[in-house]
Design a binder for this molecule. Sequence first.
Ligand code: BMA
Length: 360
Amino acid sequence: MMCFGCKTSNINDYKPPAFVDNNLSKNTKKLHEKLYYTTKSGFAIGHQDATAYGVNWGYEDNPNLMRSDVNDVVRDFPAVFGFEIGHLELGNSMSLDKVPFDRMKKLIIDAHNKGGIITISWHLNNPSSGGSSWDKTAAVHDILKGGQHREKYELWVSRIANFFNSLHVDSKLVPIIFRPFHEMNGSWFWWGEGNCTSEDYIALWRDTVTLLKDKHKVHNLLYAYSPNKLNPDDNYMTYYPGDYYVDILGIDVYDFKDSEDYVKSIIHDLNIVKTIAGEKNKLYAFTETGSETLSTPNWFTEVLYPNIKDSGISWVLFWRNARIDHHYMPYKGHPIEKDFVTFEKLPKTLFLRDIQKIKY
Ligand code: BMA
């Protein structure tokens, strides 16, 4: 059935792939199918920590849960809700971005109940030095089997596993797209280029997947692989953990106030991701992007949209609205508000109400 004049269409040609997890929950399989049909109509708009806080407000100011800067501007919520679980591994009560995990759990369930799609990133601390994700002290080898910090890492994985297993509505688990160890071809994280070998990276990814699904029986995760913008010498596949360990392909590319370079990169990189995903029969997404503080006029409609509208991505995730000097979505009163309102009305941008209409 095609739906003309609305943002969703549905032709029943979905074929479920072989998932990383053979025991994947029914709901999580459904999420994959929903992403597939999303792609038929456009791409879902995502925002990191969309409902956790905004530029001028925090979760404390928002007891009724569903507020977002995006909704303040366009009267609709994003379709994809990004969450960040860094510091959950330490047993802390708050994420590294100061979102209490009990609050996050409520926001995840709330977004899921409204038909939203959940994706989770993990900026975990450096297990060898105790520093942050950005502490480049060699660590990956230490947490592989036989490594000196293996026990600690297994404890960390058990903590995130408990969190994933605690996300359910009645007895049904909330499906999650899990995107750990991202931007590994950049050198800023301890799991990144120059700070570990690609063999160790792949072993860590596979080990983590195995611990989650086989040891901890976590069956509500689709696994997304997301390198950063490809520099000329980068190969998208260098760190690829393998078809049996990845469900969705992605890429992170930011506009560092050089839109020409950004546009070149997104066209080039999304095309590579699309080609590889096509060969592997996998879905793919623009897993992180944005232009910090949004100072380029008409950035959404002129820089971004024309270059992703036919890319075939399932979603695009804009990074978080932390502060006046660190945000990637407009808020009420932002100079780019009008452009974003236009962006919301474009045929392929799917917000929460649009994906609620997708039949699958
Ligand atoms: C980075 C910044 C940091 C944040 C981290 C994890 O890009 O936004 O402030 O702590 O992501 O969310």
